[in-house]
Design a protein around this ligand. Structure first.
Ligand code: SF4
Length: 468
């Protein structure tokens, strides 16, 4: 069944957009590179010159690109040395039901299909809090440190019972609310899900700004109040996904149903104000241009100043175009090139002089290109991302699990030091000795491997939200 995102994509132009922000500057590539090499704070114009390898040339100039990558790799070595970190984590998404209709998303299922009286077939899922708890408990003993949970905006989801009462009185078209009893499976409340997944001192990384908005829709509650209550229920840190591109003229195209840039920033600041850790992301390679990418970095750098360093890592996420409305309707004909991937990692390292860690995502880049990124400015190689679901939904090609043995082998192959980390990077352990290797930082970890490779291949995964 066509959902609203497909209709919206069909209305978009397929020959480009008339944007206010374009990659034009009065800076030169050489000056921008000199500033980067000297460790000077970069301006937006500098970032644009570096990420385009000069606005005076068409396309990517390969020799200039190498100079940018070299400067970023040197900066990485100065800031964090030669360690490559990764975390033992589990991905437990609660539901794929969502009405938001983002045009880059291949994760959601139209929420209507989940209603008890619907005959629409779908391959999605909704977990009750009890089911979420079982998933986390079963993996805790294997040694995970962190649970990551990012979900669709299920119309039956509310922060707590009081929120349900408020929403029951609301106009559901305005608040995107339907009572949970309308659905075949009840996700419970956000507070119940946090409490269910916060088992045995595991670190709970959840509730993006978009989810926090959903958890306060129809009320006058502040983001601080919402995040404070979620923290009391067990939330430890917030994934800065749903950021996409933090420029509204791009959001208007790819995710008109999502919160605006200012709302995203307000939610992140509020989460930091109540003491939650943060990560930040960019989802690039769709309809935005290089100026938008650098303006996004600028927003993140400013936010990091305001939250006093609460952002522990920056995660560039390359748009995976397959099975998305943007691709299916010809608005885009693919994602970012390898050159663009490398340059965004490098310019993120150089521009974000107040964020220590830049992540290379093997889910998005694969192992080979993911390793290359570790020589372009990145120093973190994501997490194991176990998942218990069988159905693979993300459309990415690179599997859903990496063992510690595989991590150690890959990282040593490029001459770097493999280090298991905690979510906030405060705890770090060099992985040495003899294989097989397993996690030691998780609350129940004792060095036993999380899964064997053949188990991991079988486990598959429930996929990640397209911007996760
Ligand atoms: S990106 Fe998130 S909010 Fe947007 S449609 Fe997908 S699941 Fe829903």
């Amino acid at each position: 069944m066509a959902d609203s995102s497909e209709h919206a994509a069909a209305d978009l132009p397929t020959d480009g957009f008339d944007y206010e922000h374009v990659p034009v500057t009065d800076q030169s590539f050489e000056n921008a590179l000199a500033k980067a090499r000297n460790g000077e704070r970069l301006a937006v114009a500098d970032g644009i010159e570096l990420i385009t390898t000069g606005t005076d040339v068409d396309g990517i100039d390969q020799s200039r690109k190498e100079l940018v990558l070299e400067a970023a790799d040197r900066r990485r070595a100065e800031v964090v040395g030669d360690e490559v970190t990764f975390v033992a984590n589990l991905n437990n998404n609660v539901t794929t039901a969502c009405n938001t209709g983002c045009l880059f998303c291949n994760f959601k299922d139209t929420a209507h299909a989940f209603e008890a009286d619907s005959d629409v077939e779908h391959a999605g899922f909704t977990k009750t809090p009890e089911e979420s708890r079982e998933v986390v408990e079963s993996m805790l003993d294997r040694g995970i440190y962190e649970v990551t949970s990012v979900s669709g905006l299920h119309p039956g989801f509310a922060l707590n019972e009081e929120h349900h009462e408020i929403l029951r009185e609301s106009d559901w078209k305005e608040t995107n609310y339907k009572p949970p009893e309308r659905y075949t499976a009840d996700p419970g409340t956000y507070v119940e899900q946090m409490a269910a997944m916060s088992v045995g001192d595991v670190h709970l990384h959840s509730m993006t700004p978009e989810e926090a908005y959903h958890a306060r829709r129809g009320t006058d509650w502040s983001y601080e109040e919402v995040y404070g209550e979620l923290q009391d229920a067990g939330l430890d840190s917030v994934p800065g996904t749903a950021a996409e591109i933090l420029v509204d003229e791009v959001r208007d195209v790819i995710c008109p149903g999502k919160i605006r840039t200012d709302d995203w920033l307000e939610a992140m600041e509020a989460a930091a104000n109540v003491g939650l850790g943060l990560t930040a992301t960019i989802m690039y390679g769709h309809v935005e241009n290089e100026a938008h990418r650098v303006l996004h970095l600028d927003k993140v750098r400013e936010l990091q100043e305001r939250v006093d360093g609460a952002i522990t890592e920056f995660v560039p996420l390359s748009f995976i175009h397959q099975s998305t409305p943007l691709y299916e309707h010809g608005v885009v004909d693919g994602g970012a090139s390898d050159d663009e991937d490398e340059l965004i990692i490098a310019v993120s390292r150089l521009y974000l002089d107040n964020v220590d860690h830049v992540q290379s995502s093997w889910v998005k880049y694969g192992d080979e290109q993911g390793l290359k990124m570790l020589n372009c400015g990145a120093d973190d190689f994501m997490g194991t991302i176990l998942s218990e679901e069988i159905t693979k939904r993300a459309g990415g090609e690179y599997g859903e699990f990496r063992s510690f043995d595989r991590y150690v082998e890959m990282i040593r192959a490029i001459g770097r030091t493999p280090v298991e980390r905690s979510t906030d990077y405060e705890q770090r352990r060099v992985v040495d000795g003899e294989p097989p290797y397993g996690p030691e930082l998780g609350p129940c970890a004792d060095g036993t491997p999380l899964l064997r490779e053949d188990e991991g291949a079988r486990a598959g995964g429930d996929g990640l939200a397209a911007d996760d």
